[in-house]
Design a protein around this ligand. Structure first.
Ligand code: ZN
Length: 315
């Protein structure tokens, strides 16, 4: 028997968070400054726990360590992906993440952080920070010293449904009024470059990490615009945004009924809109907006019924 595993999300309060995770998804959030819903995670800072079936009560890292057949005996010390929904009520700090080699040698962590964003919703006029304008580390440091933030960072307007690929070494920030699904490597290493001189309720600024940041930022910056491709399988429309050594990320839009097959090591699913039923050879599983689930190895053929929109990822 191989059944879908529904996961219990973990929430993180953030200085920049809001209430949209409750409003948009009905989640019970810990406060009105909730920034992150970790939907699918095996990271020690917030592990998903299975809510149903044979593995109810197990956390994802435990399953990865001791029940690897669920993931097709995929390789790796840590579960490779982390799926989050972010409510950016305020601007996030401008930041950069290291690659695998730097994370291992300097931070003693398993992986660096390459990430990507699906814009679920955003306010009119919303933007992202993506990349910088200079050619060298020295120029970057000089612009930081002179506080020339306006000419150092690139900003781009965004729309709901946009998708952005953010490889490690890319200076970036999500900005206010944005609700995003992020798919990333399992890593929680962030080097802050600029935090708008904000202070918390105790008057403290958050720490910056400029020295490490300039070690990992790429010079010059290169834009990595995504060209989605779409195919239709029965009544499911599958849009592939990115497919590389870190992850494949797709949007599945269903309307009516489709028979599909889970022939990957595993599939991660986050339900962004609608509701429906997932039928496998072993049972029927209703799903709703806000659910996060894994279809394990060997699940085989399944039917989706309903009008729904999923973000699906795999390695
Ligand atoms: Zn980031």
């Amino acid at each position: 028997m191989s059944e879908p595993m529904f996961l219990r999300p973990v929430f993180h309060e953030r200085i920049w968070g809001g209430t949209r995770l409750r409003e948009a998804f009905g989640y019970e959030i810990p406060s009105d400054h909730t920034g992150e819903c970790w939907g699918i995670s095996a990271h020690p800072h917030g592990k998903s726990i299975v809510d149903n079936g044979k593995y109810a009560g197990f956390d994802l890292s435990e399953l990865w360590q001791n029940h690897r057949y669920l993931f097709g005996h995929a390789q790796g010390d840590v579960f490779p992906l982390l799926t989050k929904i972010l409510d950016c009520d305020q601007d996030l700090s401008i930041q950069v993440h290291p690659d695998d080699a730097f994370a291992r040698s300097v931070e003693n962590e398993a992986a660096g952080k390459t990430e990507c964003w699906y814009i679920i919703d955003c306010d009119p006029g919303a933007e992202i920070v993506y990349g910088h304008t200079v050619n060298s580390k020295e120029e970057f440091q000089q612009k930081c010293r002179q506080r020339e933030w306006g000419t150092l960072f690139q900003r781009f307007p965004i729309q709901p449904g946009d998708f952005f690929y953010v490889p490690s070494g890319t200076v970036h920030a999500l900005c206010k009024g944005t609700l995003v699904l992020e798919t990333q490597q399992t890593s929680d290493i962030t080097y802050r470059v600029y935090d708008y001189d904000r202070v918390d309720e105790r008057g403290q600024k958050r720490e910056l990490h400029l020295e490490k940041a300039v070690e990992v930022i790429r010079f010059p910056h290169q834009n990595h615009w995504v060209t989605p491709s779409t195919h239709v399988d029965q009544s499911t429309r599958i849009t592939t945004y990115i497919e590389n050594e870190f992850f494949t990320v797709q949007k599945w839009q269903t309307q009516g009924r489709s028979w599909l097959v889970q022939d990957r090591n595993f599939l991660l699913i986050s339900v962004l809109r609608g509701q429906g039923k997932l039928t496998t050879k072993d049972g029927v599983y209703p799903f709703f907006k806000g659910h996060h689930l894994i279809l394990p190895h060997g699940l085989g053929h399944f039917q989706i019924e309903g009008k729904t929109e999923w973000i699906v990822s795999f390695v």
